[in-house]
Design a protein around this ligand. Structure first.
Ligand code: NAD
Length: 427
């Protein structure tokens, strides 16, 4: 069977040998949000957003491209230049954001269910994320009236001061692994400052951005202040990054795309860009560590959110004296991990986001094994199983003893973005 996008499917629902649980939510919003209204894409095109459990279509979503980005930026520009948002008192802006936070709380279950459905993360985790987003919105609301300039001591009879003003139209491009926290981190601060926003959510997870943005308008946001354009990176994303009338861009995603986005911003209007990119973080276990505790912490550091986490502890370095014990215990812990339907109680880990990501992870595992790593646990062909790798190539270990960073195995260098724990020995 093929995914509609043409990718081969792994039919995870069959692997999970359970009928997928029906998510307790309906999809209400699938259009672009421009100038406070839901509208179709100018091209009339749509794309499918898929259930990561099964590859089945959740909804057809309006597919924004350059023309829609133009419409959204024009609405945001008008809202910034002529609308009330940057002109109202900071206290008034704060009240809108606080009302939004209350609405998030009221719709907590609905938003969490939609997020778990679209992203594959356990429903329980999505609930925690929505509470976190609610809190973030209150935090940002609190900042609205506390953004102060400085009075600077001047030499001579001068008065010197700094004044912070909203920059204008802010563009945001976000990834699929934490769709709502990413939304909050981009939209919250920009709105609190009085900017207007055009946001492009990830094509894998467009649904919750549309739902919560509707709530933001219900909370009293004036038209055009926030515009949401679902669509693909090289079309909608690139159009936003290179737009001449976007004053600032905030991007979170892969390092590779970050470089493209920075280039597009540079070659257009030199807009300032904030980049939050990929990672390959070490988790170091010294010889005097409590091994059981270290195993549990290292497990969480890597396997959390299906391993789809920019800050994952994805290089686990363990001292040689406790290495074998650690590997055995880490393996046991990984195999105990409860992997399955995100809507089933007790599930610690859902499916990977899509087949592309799944296949990328399998390629890394294969490359690890080919370059001398030992596959300690996990089913090689299942995206939903926890997988532990321990590289035991003696040549590599010698290199590690001298210098970790000379390690040239791909699995020890690249961000895998999946549930693959590489356990490296050091002395
Ligand atoms: P990605 O770079 O493929 O996509 C991120 C966003 O960029 C998506 O909205 C995508 O549509 C858009 N995009 C893709 N190509 C584009 C282009 N040519 N021009 C403009 N926009 C484009 O990343 P991903 O696979 O969705 O997310 C995973 C990556 O994100 C990982 O590397 C992860 O580490 C990183 N990430 C970083 C953080 C952080 O805070 N540092 C947080 C979460 C994820």
């Amino acid at each position: 069977m093929l995914f509609p996008s043409g990718k081969t499917t792994t039919n995870l629902s069959k692997r999970m040998s359970e009928v997928p649980i029906k998510p307790p939510v309906e999809v209400k919003y699938t259009q672009l949000l421009i100038d406070g209204k839901f509208v179709d894409a100018a091209s009339g095109k749509t794309f499918q957003t898929l259930d990561p459990r099964t590859g089945e279509v959740i909804a057809n979503v309006a597919e924004g491209d350059a023309e829609d980005i133009n419409r959204a930026v024009a609405a945001a520009r008008k809202a910034f230049d002529e609308g009330p948002w940057p002109r109202m008192t900071a206290y008034e802006r704060q009240k809108v954001l606080l009302r939004f936070a209350n609405l998030l709380e009221q719709h907590n279950d609905e938003i969490s269910a939609l997020e778990a459905w679209d992203s594959g993360k356990p429903y329980q985790n999505a609930l925690i994320e929505v509470s976190m987003v609610t809190r973030l919105m209150r935090y940002n609301a609190g900042w609205a009236d506390k953004i102060h300039g400085l009075t600077v001591p001047a030499d001579g009879p001068f008065h010197m001061q700094t004044l912070y003003e909203p920059i204008g139209v802010a563009g945001g491009i976000i990834p699929w692994n934490f769709p709502l926290p990413m939304y909050a981190w981009k939209v919250g601060p920009a709105l609190a400052c009085g900017c207007t926003v055009v946001l492009k959510p990830a094509e894998q997870t467009p649904l919750t951005a549309l739902l919560v943005s509707k709530l933001l308008y219900e909370a009293g946001l004036p038209p055009g202040v926030l515009n949401v354009i679902p669509g693909y990176g090289p079309t909608a994303g690139a159009a936003l990054a290179s737009h001449m009338d976007v004053d600032k861009l905030a991007f979170t995603g892969s390092t590779e795309t970050g470089k493209i986005v920075l280039d597009l911003a540079t070659k257009s209007n030199l807009k300032p860009v904030t980049l939050e990119l990929g990672g390959k973080s070490p988790f170091i276990v010294c010889e005097d560590a409590d091994v059981d505790k270290a195993v549990e912490l290292a497990h969480m550091a890597l396997f959390f959110n299906q391993g789809e986490c920019c800050a994952a502890g994805s290089r686990t370095f363990v001292h040689e004296r406790i290495y074998d014990e650690f590997v055995q215990k880490a393996k046991q812990r990984a195999m105990k991990r409860s992997v399955g339907d995100p809507f089933k109680e007790g599930t610690e880990q859902g499916p990977q986001i899509d087949n592309e990501q799944f296949n990328k992870i399998l390629k890394y595992i294969k490359s690890g094994v080919e370059s001398g790593a030992t596959l300690e646990s996990g089913e090689k062909d299942s995206a939903t199983r926890a997988i532990t790798l321990s590289p035991q190539c003696s040549q590599m270990l010698r290199q590690l003893t001298v210098n970790f960073y000379k390690d040239d195995m791909l699995i020890a260098k690249d961000e895998i973005f999946g549930p693959v724990q590489t356990i490296l020995k050091f002395k």
